[in-house]
Design a protein around this ligand. Structure first.
Ligand code: 5GP
Length: 189
């Protein structure tokens, strides 16, 4: 044990995965807002910004050529293709935050969470958030009116096929009540 007063606790890699339309973004954004020692990893993506999304706050929106360049330059800790678009977690801000003793929250997909866990097996906590039901998930996806019917159908099919993956997570939360799910997520952190 060192007595160095400048030494700080090693940061945690908190990965939060869920099908879309489950309220993951609201839960994770609130967790980050309430915890100054938790840094949100802002992913780069080739998908178009949705109404209300902002560059640098929700994602770094880049074109395919720029994404390819970042892959070739080894600038991602992990990246994956989801629904035909590519998403990646930029290494540099993650390393900087960890160096400052901060923890990192990754709002990413299943493949991404597994890659982060491979990268830092002892420092990664994997949380999976479940919708109350597929019917409720469908209702929420329609209510936010951001995706076409075709994309919603794909997202629901994917949610069904992901069911068997829960066992690979450290924690599984049911988001049937926002405040309760939030309290549980904050407790896990
Ligand atoms: P959306 O297009 O709805 O924002 O995101 C689609 C999926 O991609 C979500 O499951 C989201 O968590 C995931 N995702 C976002 N950023 C990343 C990333 O950097 N890496 C990986 N692997 N998945 C991501």
């Amino acid at each position: 044990m060192s007595n160095d007063p400048t030494e700080h606790r090693r940061g945690l890699m908190l990965t939060v995965v869920s099908p879309s339309g489950v309220g993951k973004t609201s839960l994770t954004r609130r967790l980050v807002a309430d915890h100054p020692d938790l840094h949100l990893s802002i992913s780069a993506t080739t998908r178009e910004a949705r109404p209300g999304e902002h560059e640098g706050r929700d994602y770094h929106f880049v074109d395919k050529a720029e994404f390819d360049r970042m892959v070739a330059a080894d600038e991602f800790l992990e990246w994956a293709e989801v629904y035909g678009n590519r998403y990646g977690s930029p290494k540099k801000p993650i390393m900087a935050a960890l160096e400052h003793g901060q923890s990192i929250l990754f709002d990413i997909d299943f493949q991404g969470a597994m890659s982060i866990a491979d990268y830092a097996p002892t420092d990664t906590v994997k949380v999976y958030i479940l919708p109350p039901s597929l019917a409720e998930m469908s209702r929420r996806l329609h209510a936010r009116s951001q995706d076409s019917e075709e994309v919603i159908t794909k997202r629901l099919a994917r949610a069904k096929s992901e069911v068997s993956l829960w066992a690979k997570f450290d924690y599984v939360l049911l988001n049937d009540d926002f405040d309760r799910a939030y309290a549980q997520l904050a407790h896990i952190f």
